[in-house]
Design a protein around this ligand. Structure first.
Ligand SMILES: NC(=O)C1=CN([C@@H]2O[C@H](COP(=O)(O)OP(=O)(O)OC[C@H]3O[C@@H](n4cnc5c(N)ncnc54)[C@H](OP(=O)(O)O)[C@@H]3O)[C@@H](O)[C@H]2O)C=CC1
Ligand SMILES: N[C@@H](CC=O)C(=O)O
Length: 806
């Protein structure tokens, strides 16, 4: 035998009820169907009872309920059927009208009257279903489910109820219908089992009848791994243990009424949560099996809560404080969601519904009045607008690293935790955060534990020129591979150039993003950055593909807001050492990344190599390098037939030069690179410490525009060719090199012969020679293309991936 419970939406319309009929009649075993009221009816009845008590007009609500039922009956039955059913229902209508009238006349709403009023919905809906089913017998749950008063609510008298239901076991026919929610007490008065109580009715019937299964039919596919309204990629959990389901239900997953699980657990009856409107979905199975594979099964949250803390050094070692605290709260009937106490005993924090917090605060101030006046207790502090997030799973038991992973990921994303609670059962880790961080926290935790095979990066890119455009093309081409091999999903959440910006939380279309950007309205870099911060997405990465000082100025604010920065722009790393150092320190403190591998040698792993050497305790003692792709291309390509000014244009067209090639030709680009390499090698080098000879004499840098500059450069073509050909005659080549040795930092020309490691350095290649403690006589050499959109964008791409994979 199976017990099937259908909720309010499953009973919410004629179409839905037909589905219910089909589900019940498709069962090949005897079925007990337990039904909730037609969706929305119980709320209306509650409201009507309140209006009646206040002697206000409730008739409109009752008419609405009548119309709703009338419509359903019309749609489901022919004339004869309608007449029969309406006759059966009329007694309940009469009873409802009488009770409401009584309440309205006396202005008194007794528990008995209230339960009679709100329980009418299930009586009507069960009548409808029993009439609709082929041979469906209707039973009145009030005759079997017995309650007694406990505090302010009704509590089921388990033994009596089980016995009464058990006696039915052998007399039930193939299909029977019971109204959920309603019960009665020993005096025969109507009672109810509390909101959501129909689930409980079904569980009691399942236990009393020793059913083989309990199915809860609702309007969702089952227990979801997280709230699907917040987490787009939440998925239905296939299996939960009873304990896990109970924890998740208590923690806000409103799929099943928590007490439901207990009778099923006691009789070891499997529960399956199914969707009436998607019967093909397997739903969630709840039984006593534990999953060894998955440590965390679900993620739940509660909002609209406040954190209330009782604090004071006078609490330390004093017994009875917590007893008094909780008694004072219990006296006010305040429900506590979470408790956290520091082992020093100097504070106890509780989380409770925000609606209760003022009452709770006053109750505690009253209770601890004396201690507060003696300053043994500082007082009662309240943090409002909080939320509680809980991860749930039996597999956490004795599994190390779960909380480490949880808090590492949450912290890395800049989410502040106010309090933590973990039961010794290790079934649940709960923590308190600000409500504003809830969406981000759920995303971070969901990705960490449930979608660890896919980590999402939210990318915000500034700059869509030579490097930026190439980067977008690469991401587009590689996104499928990244999903497969790196388990990484890169979402371009925002894109900007010097005057426009666009955003899309779910990810902009990479193919059309630049066109969309160019058609968008004006915006500033400040607006772009503030929007990124406001978005507060998990794993946010800001990517700078500009050469702008204004953009570089934003890194500090971004890092402070837990947004990683990946940059091809050398300005921040090569301006004052203090600024460079502050950026690195902030990134470290905030647990985010500040990566700039492409600042030197484009895609070559130069900074990474130096970082690894320094980390392993090696010291960089000397550094010699050719660091400009543009300038190396120039010295390799200028000839008697091809003057300098022409090759400069070529280098720009090939994407080697800076947006303003004067930065290359003045030596500034190489100077910046040397400063960055020195700093990464642990030397606090400043610009003024570097001796620099520009590639083109200073006199050529007076023009306003790049085109004027190139025009004037023609005046230097002959002189440059002479320097180059002179070296050639001597069997040498000229190179524009940087060095850091014996305390001297230099940037300028050198002439080298065939024996020199820089002699064979073709095209736009760069080369870095590092001498260190461990690599002295045979230095470390890194060589390859040092400029160009392809290699640079590849380097930026690698840094982006490193943000999450480091
Ligand atoms: N080319 C190479 O080989 C290498 C380049 N790099 C670095 O890559 C960076 C980009 O170079 P490249 O792609 O050639 O440059 P481009 O000139 O081709 O593109 C620059 C982009 O930055 C945007 N931009 C400029 N100023 C601002 C601003 N204030 N706010 C927002 N966006 C702005 C531009 O927007 P708009 O179109 O509106 O002007 C444009 O989209 C540079 O820092 C360079 O040093 C690093 C290593 C190698
Ligand atoms: N303009 C630079 C590009 C890389 O940083 C160069 O030519 O090397």
């Amino acid at each position: 035998m199976k017990v099937l419970k259908f909720g309010g939406t499953s009973m919410g319309s004629a179409i839905a009820i037909k589905k219910v009929k089909h589900i019940v009649e498709s069962c090949h075993t005897p079925v007990v169907a337990v039904v909730s009221a037609v969706g929305g009816v119980t709320d209306k009845l509650v409201k009507a009872s309140e209006l009646a008590k206040a002697n206000l007009d409730y008739s409109k609500l009752i008419t609405e309920i009548e119309t709703l039922h009338g419509q359903i009956i019309n749609d489901l039955f022919d004339g004869k059927g309608q007449a029969k059913l309406s006759a059966s229902m009329s007694d309940i209508w009469k009873e409802l009208h009488q009770v409401l009238k009584g309440v309205s006349l006396t202005n008194e709403l007794s528990t008995r009257s209230y339960d009679t009023i709100v329980g009418c919905g299930e009586r009507w809906s069960s009548l409808i279903l029993s009439h609709l089913l082929e041979s469906g017998d209707l039973y009145d749950s009030r005759l079997f489910i017995k309650t007694e008063l406990n505090g302010q609510g009704h509590q089921v008298k388990l033994n009596e109820t089980m016995q009464a239901i058990g006696e039915l076991k052998f007399s039930l026919k193939e299909r029977t219908v019971f109204p959920g929610f309603i019960a009665s007490n020993d005096a025969g008065d109507n009672t109810t089992l509390g909101r959501g109580g129909s689930d409980y009715s079904a569980a009691l019937l399942a236990a009393g009848l020793d059913a083989d299964a309990l199915e809860i039919w609702t309007d969702v596919d089952g227990f979801m791994s997280a709230d699907p309204r917040v987490i787009k990629r939440a998925y239905c959990i296939e299996h939960l243990s009873y304990a896990e389901a109970m924890e998740l239900s208590h923690f806000g997953a409103k799929v099943i009424y928590p007490p439901t699980i207990i009778p099923a657990l006691q009789k070891q009856i499997p529960i399956r949560v199914k969707n009436t409107f998607n019967t093909a979905a397997p739903g969630t199975l709840i039984d006593n099996q534990k999953d060894e594979q998955q440590s965390v099964k679900g993620l739940s949250s509660i909002r609209d809560v406040s954190l209330l803390t009782l604090q004071g050094n006078g609490m330390i070692g004093i017994s009875g404080i917590s007893m008094r605290m909780f008694t004072a709260l219990a006296k006010q009937d305040i429900n506590i969601v979470l408790i956290s106490q520091a082992s020093s005993e100097s504070s106890i924090s509780v989380v409770l519904a925000s609606a209760d917090v003022e009452l709770a605060r006053l109750a505690l101030i009253k209770e601890f009045d004396k201690e507060i006046s003696r300053q043994q207790i500082n007082g009662v502090s309240v943090e409002k607008e909080m939320a509680v997030v809980a991860i749930v799973g039996e597999g956490m038991k004795h599994t190390s690293g779960v909380s480490g992973k949880l808090f590492n990921d949450v912290g890395r994303n800049g989410i502040n935790i106010y309090a933590i609670a973990q039961g010794a059962s290790e079934l649940n880790i709960s923590f308190v955060i600000h409500e504003n961080d809830l969406r981000k926290t759920l995303n971070v935790v969901h990705e960490a534990f449930f979608l660890s095979q896919y980590q999402a990066i939210h990318l915000y890119q500034v700059g869509v020129g030579t490097v930026g455009k190439n980067l977008l093309e690469k991401i587009e081409r590689q996104s499928e591979r990244l999903m497969k091999t790196e388990h990484l999903s890169i979402r371009l959440a925002g894109l900007a150039n010097s005057s426009q910006m666009i955003f899309n939380d779910r990810g902009l279309e990479l193919e059309s993003a630049i066109d969309v950007l160019k058609a968008s309205s004006p915006a500033t870099i400040d607006q772009f950055v503030e929007q990124i911060i406001a978005n507060n997405h998990s794993n946010s990465v800001f990517v700078d593909c500009t050469a702008s000082g204004l953009v570089a100025e934003k890194y500090q604010r971004l890092l402070e807001n837990n947004i990683s920065v990946v940059t091809a722009n050398k300005i921040a790393g090569s301006s004052a050492y203090e600024r460079y150092d502050k950026l690195k320190t902030t990134a470290r403190k905030k647990g985010v990344k500040y990566l700039f591998e492409t600042n030197v040698g484009a895609g070559l792993p130069i900074i990474n190599t130096i970082n690894s050497m320094v980390k392993s305790g090696d010291r960089i003692l000397q550094l010699e390098a050719v660091l400009s792709g543009t300038l190396n291309y120039i010295v390799n390509n200028v000839s008697a037939d091809k003057p300098l000014s022409e090759v400069v244009i070529e280098a720009k067209e090939k994407g080697y030069s800076e947006p303003d090639p004067r930065i290359d030709l003045g030596g500034t680009d190489v100077l910046r690179k040397l400063l960055i390499l020195a700093r990464e090698s642990d030397y606090a080098l400043e610009e003024q410490h570097v001796e620099i000879t520009p590639f083109v004499p200073k006199d050529f840098f007076t023009d306003e525009s790049v085109s004027d500059f190139i025009e004037h450069l023609k005046g230097y073509d002959a002189q440059f060719e002479q320097i180059r050909s002179e070296a050639e005659k001597n069997g040498k080549v000229i190179r524009y090199a940087a060095s850091l040795k014996e305390g001297r930092a230099k940037v300028g020309f050198i002439e080298v012969d065939a024996s020199h490691p820089f002699y064979n350095l073709a095209d736009s290649n760069n080369k870095v020679i590092l001498r260190s403690d461990y690599y002295y006589d045979h230095p470390m050499e890194i060589k390859g293309y040092g400029a160009g959109a392809d290699v640079t964008a590849a380097g930026v791409f690698a840094d982006i991936i490193k943000v999450v994979n480091l």
